[in-house]
Design a protein around this ligand. Structure first.
Ligand SMILES: Cc1cc2nc3c(=O)[nH]c(=O)nc-3n(C[C@H](O)[C@H](O)[C@H](O)COP(=O)(O)OP(=O)(O)OC[C@H]3O[C@@H](n4cnc5c(N)ncnc54)[C@H](O)[C@@H]3O)c2cc1C
Length: 307
């Protein structure tokens, strides 16, 4: 109920503009978002690298409505890549196709993606394409597959809560894709998505097994298990060991500001761990999805507001 409400509110940017004016909200937002400027993100990324972990970076934004906005977002990613190179930070961008203009046209989006992937390839970086609501799943996978033919450094995301994901993973294995597996962060109808936690977790386990399978490895698949679920992280480590997948054959991915208490244990297991560091003024949709994932976060925010 609370999750549904928060996800419905996440599509109301006007509320975000109001929240943005409240210093207290900004302070809570900072728990999940590195800051509004690239310099804020670079400082966090440097700190995380100094601590021995890898990173991904997201310049927050989604659903831009004009070609100019999409081009500006792409230009921001080119600047991010250049700054990362200048500082010798091997950090991978993770972006949304609706930020690159997918709502404007597939051609605009593809053009922006080509420029980013080209620059990232020169710098030796991979680029992850985030997965958004189901209205975009087909188009996202189509754009991914088209780009994959030209850019071996493009990676994609699969959401375990979607009923279709098993078939999508089968096709991605054929492409030898780098695939981030997450549970899924949006509100989807029951005919498309599993609803209960147990169903989503079972689906995650099935897809994990497929992505670690000898068939997937032979095809060149590189899985990233994106979750803060300690049980699933432990399971990934056990399955990988049982199947003889080496440490460099997969990674665990987590979000900045969430379950930092798990990092030490993951490193003790000698697993590769990547933290996704988001930044930017357009934090609202991202922040609301983080609140929806854990109602205690919303309670924390409300307590701060009324204090
Ligand atoms: C690196 C990364 C990239 C992602 N990319 C995408 C994407 O492209 N598309 C997409 O739909 N989703 C994406 N997600 C979000 C994902 O789908 C889930 O919504 C999110 O990770 C919560 O699920 P979980 O796997 O952590 O498991 P859960 O079962 O939700 O949580 C496990 C435990 O983690 C902790 N936890 C989880 N979320 C929070 C939170 N917000 N605040 C505090 N504690 C929390 C809690 O202790 C909880 O018990 C991404 C997640 C990560 C880590």
């Amino acid at each position: 109920m609370m999750r549904a409400l928060l996800l419905a509110l996440s599509a109301r940017p006007a509320l975000g503009r109001t929240m943005d004016r409240l210093p207290l909200t900004r302070r809570v937002v900072r728990r999940f978002v590195a800051g509004t400027e690239l310099e804020d993100a670079l400082a966090v990324i440097q700190r995380v690298h100094d601590g021995g972990l890898s990173t991904a970076v997201t310049y927050l934004g989604e659903n831009v409505a004009s070609e100019a906005q999409a081009r500006a977002a792409a230009a921001a990613y080119l600047e991010i890549l250049d700054q990362l190179k200048r500082r010798s930070l091997g950090c991978t961008p993770s972006l949304k196709l609706t930020h690159m203009g997918l709502d404007v046209s597939e051609a605009v989006c593809m053009d922006n993606m080509r420029r980013i992937l080209d620059r990232a390839r020169d710098h030796g970086n991979r680029v992850w394409i985030d997965m958004e609501q189901t209205a975009y799943t087909d188009r996202t996978l189509r754009v991914y597959a088209a780009l994959r033919g030209e850019f071996p450094n493009v990676a994609c995301v699969i959401q375990a809560y979607l009923r279709r994901s098993e078939a999508d993973v089968r096709r991605l294995i054929e492409l030898g894709a780098a695939v981030r597996l997450c549970k899924g962060a949006y509100r989807e109808p029951l005919d498309r998505a599993f609803r209960t936690r147990a169903e989503v977790d079972r689906s995650y386990e099935r897809l994990m097994d497929r992505l670690l399978s000898p068939e997937a490895r032979a095809a060149g698949v590189y899985p990233g298990f994106a979750t803060h679920d300690a049980r699933l992280i432990a399971r990934a480590a056990e399955r990988a060991r049982a199947l003889g997948v080496p440490r460099e054959g997969f990674e665990i991915q987590m979000l900045y500001g969430i379950r930092g208490d798990l990092h030490a244990g993951i490193r003790e297991r000698e697993l590769a761990l990547r933290l996704l560091v988001p930044f930017g003024e357009e934090w609202y949709g991202y922040f609301m999805r983080r609140l929806a994932e854990r109602p205690a976060n919303a309670v924390f925010l409300l307590k701060n507001l009324f204090r």
